[in-house]
Design a protein around this ligand. Structure first.
Ligand code: SF4
Length: 419
């Protein structure tokens, strides 16, 4: 990608998908700003339209294609004056879909072409820092592997400097992200930096800030578990553990090639809960995997009840092109819908009960975003969402009492100092 050709242009960037993809947007924004580009908020004001795509499920793929068609019309109306650059996972794994909409001369930018420089743009008080691309696994359903490839960890010193730079510019929440954060450094030689050491490098930076660690695969987390949890004891690390399990059935985990057992996941959760009285377990379940029997589904429900995760991302299986799982006979959509409805109900009940138990508790929170309906959004030490009516400056720490619980957030009241 010859970025100099975009020098001084007005650029509009739109990102679909995960935090890692938003991290790539922050890298592109920094590269563009270094070349004197103006980042504009609306496509009509732009010379260049960058669409940072996601293809993790069929639904996101269709949303992206719908958006590309809209922007293509825009481009045509500008008699081709507006350039469209398609970035993210679609150019890397499904470039033919981009050409179907934008033609053979479609401009594409794959994630690996962003290189390993880590200058990052950010807005508000939240900085997003990619620590690696790709992963060490080959999950049978995963198209991200085809897009992001094998693990390439970024240099630890560059990550530390990127975080220090964000803190100097006013960031208060740092989200470190990757396809698998606990695989960090597995591609370096044996003696070098892994996730625990990286976290200690970051928490030793001066200032009052908090780090949210992105998802960690049980397969790469287990061998480093004690050291990872020790690094999480720093006050600067949110006690938020995103550990995707995907199924409660060992047979289905084998079929997915996830390389761990349900018991490994339970061991991880139990150890976290024994070390951190107040924490958030966030996990992911795929519902309706082709080989999932009703019994396997019930095993996933039992696992949810067993670990009582406070946050669960529920995805209905959708066959992704080029993956092994796409060759399997797919389950009827209505059966997937029926199972994920049952699963969502169980999750919401558990999440509400977990939050309900917090009513009346007092926490120090970090204010990170403006509320959609006024007020602000804050994060407590376990990264729970706390909604406050008060207009408090972003980046402030304050003490709050949990006034009322909802299944996915808490309503809080700010305490006068010393109350
Ligand atoms: S760990 Fe598995 S699910 Fe995650 S990106 Fe890698 S292959 Fe995909």
């Amino acid at each position: 990608m010859d970025w100099s050709k975009l020098a001084g242009k007005r650029v509009f960037i739109e990102t679909f998908g995960c935090t890692a993809n938003i991290g790539d947007e922050m890298r592109m924004r920094a590269i563009l700003k270094e070349r004197g580009c103006e980042l504009v908020k609306h496509e009509r004001d732009a010379d260049v339209l960058i669409v940072n795509t996601c293809i993790v499920t069929k639904r996101t793929e269709l949303n992206v294609l719908k958006r590309l068609r809209e922007l293509k019309r825009f481009q045509d109306e500008s008699n081709g004056k507006k350039r469209i650059i398609v970035a993210g996972c679609m150019p890397a794994a499904l470039p033919e879909l981009v050409r179907e909409v934008l033609g053979d001369s479609a401009e594409m930018l794959t994630p690996s072409e962003l290189g390993d420089e880590l200058s990052l743009d950010f807005s508000g008080v939240i900085g997003i820092v990619p620590i690696a691309q790709g992963c060490v696994c080959r999950c049978k359903y995963c198209i991200v592997k085809l897009a992001r490839g094998n693990l390439r960890s970024f240099n630890a010193e560059k990550i530390r400097e990127a975080v220090a730079s964000l803190l100097r510019r006013g960031a208060k929440e740092i989200r470190i992200t990757a396809q698998d954060c606990s695989a960090y450094g597995w591609d370096f030689n044996a003696s070098s930096v892994r996730l625990p050491q990286l976290l200690r490098m970051l928490t030793s930076l001066r200032g009052d800030f908090r780090i949210r660690v992105g998802m960690m695969n049980p397969f790469t987390m287990l061998p480093l578990l004690d050291d990872i949890l020790d690094a999480f004891t720093s006050e600067k690390v949110f006690k938020f553990f995103h550990v995707p399990v995907q199924s409660g059935s060992d047979k289905v985990l084998r079929d997915m090639n996830r390389c761990y057992k349900v018991a490994d996941f339970v061991e991880i959760v139990d150890k976290i809960r024994s070390m951190f009285e107040y924490c958030t377990i966030s996990t992911d379940f795929i519902i309706g995997y082709p080989t999932e029997t009703w019994e396997d589904f019930l095993a996933s429900l039992r696992l949810l009840e067993r670990v009582r995760a406070e946050k669960v991302n529920i995805t209905r299986f959708s066959p992704r092109p080029g993956t092994d799982a796409a060759k399997l006979k797919d389950m009827l959509e209505r059966e997937k819908k029926r199972r994920s409805r049952i699963f969502s109900e169980a999750y919401r009940r558990i999440a509400y009960e977990q939050n309900k138990a917090l009513e009346g508790r007092i926490f120090e929170v970090l204010v990170t975003e403006r509320g959609k309906k006024g007020g602000v959004v804050a994060r407590d030490p376990a990264y729970r969402t706390v909604i406050l009516k008060d207009e408090i400056p972003l980046g402030s720490f304050c003490d709050v009492r949990v006034r009322e619980a909802r299944s996915t957030y808490l309503l809080g009241e700010v305490l006068a100092t010393g109350e």
